[in-house]
Design a protein around this ligand. Structure first.
Ligand code: AMP
Length: 358
């Protein structure tokens, strides 16, 4: 399919969280309807035209969803492979299944990046205790053990000082396949949000600098405090990854800034929390950019017209929203979630300043 998706068409979104909510709003602006597929509570359903509430294993519900949609995308990368196969056989799916597969497994992801010639932390697979000696010989110590699949926001990770700690940490993973990684001495963390269209064009936003608290993204600041040559490197790295995956849509690429240059930490095959600043900093934000890419529109060029700091409102911090709204230059986004549980992303704010010369 190379023609532009006609107005009034229905875009299916797998996953119904805040990313799906903001994608649905952007799609509506471009004249599309969204149909959200989400097994649990779905903040996206409040703003979408249709909603299916069913497990990803429900073949009949998936078939009906595919039938109701003109193309399907996702806001959540841990959709089971079988569900994607079912859908891809019935309806165009963007980004493609293989991009999702690459990012679902940290070992496959890191191997893909290394094979592309990109720098990553040293890594090695760990399937059982007997692998730990060789794995830590590869990574050095201290090291980080991570589950290969289903990790997010720093969950499913253990930092270990030596092999004894690594052995002691293993039972908590319950036998899940792991990857051991070198602990990178980074000076900062940045991410690039980039998009690739159906005809192969790539557009990237300026890298943002990310600060995490308790493994959860706390703030993204644009411009990142890095030399221009690293800004350029980051964008080129993202572009290579998207092109190698024959990717269509928006991707988040997370990088560590080190004394030896940039290392790729991970890729997220979807719109990304560290790209929320684009809502206030760019004419075409990452959500519209994703819809443009998958629907066959020209991409926005990623130009930035402001400096922005994005701050996540996590848990009870959401109650600060009315006070924050009283500050000048603050854009508020709330996700419509009823319960402000600790660690739950409830909203974010974008603080806008005039463009600096950086
Ligand atoms: P991840 O889920 O892999 O993005 O990890 C969550 C956070 O843990 C990252 O944003 C980093 O702050 C930290 N982290 C992850 N991997 C490493 C590593 N190999 N070395 C140092 N810090 C790491």
């Amino acid at each position: 399919m190379t023609d532009r998706l006609p107005p009034g068409s229905t875009i299916g979104i797998l996953g119904g969280g805040q990313l799906g909510r903001m994608l649905s709003m952007a799609a509506a602006r471009l004249g599309y309807r969204c149909h959200v597929y989400e097994p649990g509570p779905a903040p996206a359903a409040d703003v979408a035209a249709e909603r299916t509430r069913a497990p990803y294993e429900d073949a009949d519900a998936l078939a009906a969803f595919a039938e109701a949609c003109d193309l399907v995308t996702f806001e959540f990368e841990n959709v089971p492979a079988a569900a994607l196969d079912d859908l891809a056989a019935r309806v165009p799916l963007y980004p493609c299944r293989s991009a999702l597969e690459t990012s679902q497994d940290r070992l496959v992801e890191k191997s893909f990046l290394r094979d592309l010639g990109l720098a990553t932390a040293r890594f090695a697979p760990v399937t059982e205790a007997a692998d730990l000696g060789a794995a830590l010989a590869e990574t050095g110590t201290p090291a980080i053990l991570k589950t290969r699949r289903f990790g997010y926001d720093g969950k499913g990770q253990a930092r270990v000082a030596d092999i004894a700690e690594a052995r002691a940490a293993l039972p908590a993973f319950g036998g899940a396949p792991l990857i051991a990684e070198e602990t990178v001495a980074f000076s900062s963390e940045i991410s690039v949000i980039a998009a690739r269209g159906r005809t192969g064009e790539v557009a990237a936003y300026d890298p943002g600098e990310n600060v995490h608290e308790d493994g959860i993204l706390a703030t993204t600041t644009i411009p990142a405090n890095i030399p221009n040559r690293l800004r350029m490197d980051a964008v080129l790295i993202a572009s290579r990854i998207l092109t190698a995956l024959d990717y269509v849509g928006v991707m988040g690429v997370e990088l560590f800034v080190t004394a030896d240059g940039l290392l790729v930490n991970e890729i997220a095959p979807r719109v990304h929390n560290s790209g929320h600043w684009t809502q206030a900093g760019c004419a075409v934000d990452q959500f519209e950019q994703h819809i443009r890419a998958i629907a066959g529109w020209p991409l926005g060029d990623g130009t930035r017209h402001a400096d922005v700091t994005m701050e996540n409102l996590v848990g009870d911090a959401v109650h600060r929203a009315p006070d924050l709204a009283a500050e000048p230059g603050v854009q508020i986004h709330l996700y419509g979630k009823s319960e402000a549980r600790p660690g739950r992303k409830m909203g974010h704010v974008n603080r806008v300043k005039p463009l600096s010369t950086a």
